[in-house]
Write a protein that binds this ligand. Structure first.
Ligand SMILES: [Zn+2]
Length: 251
């Protein structure tokens, strides 16, 4: 199985490949989800038919429980990349998510652009979040998604040094600003189906919270997630990201 995942595995590429790039190219690559020049990140393996639903910027006391109900109705587990300070404010909800069998990942403490953040603060953002999540859930945190997908070689190195695999995505739409759940779901369906035609699994991002405004409406994202679940529940396999973890080896 590992050999069939080889296209997702790379070693030591980041630092060497980054040398010589212009500032502009670096800035572009730092924000581009599929760019691997800053080191390997987990996106999705060549396993068509597998879908990972991931939710960023929670937990949110208004929206996350509704999402959990929908996931439970479909008996599906998802991955939640939590903002540390939100998890600290919602320990009961955070613990419940873990107890339901969902996977919890690290999305930093305060959601800064880590590509523009001093290394010492990057480490603090990641460490404080990891420690808080582990204290609340009693489970190790093994995955990290950089806010905005923004990264730098040392950001990914720090995440790995803390025992976390950096994760990006390959199926996202602007669900945070789209009021129509149908449009969110339809755009994601188009991406998921295109990935499947190319022989890829889908690593789908939706938002159950907002790093800017905890009172932001996430109803369309939650409803859109329900539509994705209803469409694929009987034909596809929903997985949490640890199912794909062998695709990435530590550098
Ligand atoms: Zn985020």
């Amino acid at each position: 199985m590992l050999s069939s995942l080889a296209s997702d595995v790379c070693w030591g590429l980041g630092a060497a490949a980054a040398v010589g790039l212009s500032v502009g190219a670096n800035a572009y690559a730092a924000m581009w989800p599929s760019s691997q020049i800053f080191g390997c990140t987990l996106i999705a393996p060549p396993r068509p038919g597998e879908l990972a639903l991931t939710f960023d910027d929670g937990p949110n006391p208004a929206w996350t429980p509704q999402l959990l109900d929908i996931l439970a109705q479909h008996n599906v587990r998802a991955t939640f990349f939590m903002v540390g300070r939100y998890a600290e404010a919602e320990p009961v909800l955070t613990r419940f998510i873990a107890d339901e069998g969902h996977l919890i990942g690290n999305h930093s403490w305060s959601h800064p652009n880590l590509a523009l953040t001093a290394p010492s603060r990057v480490r603090e953002e990641l460490t404080r979040t990891k420690d808080t999540l582990e204290q609340i859930t009693g489970k190790p945190v093994r995955f990290f998604r950089p806010p905005f997908g923004a990264r730098r070689v040392d950001v990914l190195r720090t995440a790995r040094a803390l025992g976390m695999t950096p994760v990006l995505w390959n199926a996202m739409t602007s669900d945070w600003s789209e009021p129509a759940a149908d449009r969110i779901a339809n755009r994601l369906v188009a991406k998921i189906d295109a990935l499947e035609r190319r022989g890829r699994a889908a690593n789908i991002v939706l938002h159950d919270g907002s790093h800017l405004d905890p009172a932001a409406n996430r109803g369309p994202s939650v409803t859109g997630a329900g539509q994705i679940l209803a469409r694929y529940a009987t034909t596809h396999r929903f997985v949490t990201l640890d199912a794909w973890a062998p695709a990435v080896r530590p550098i």
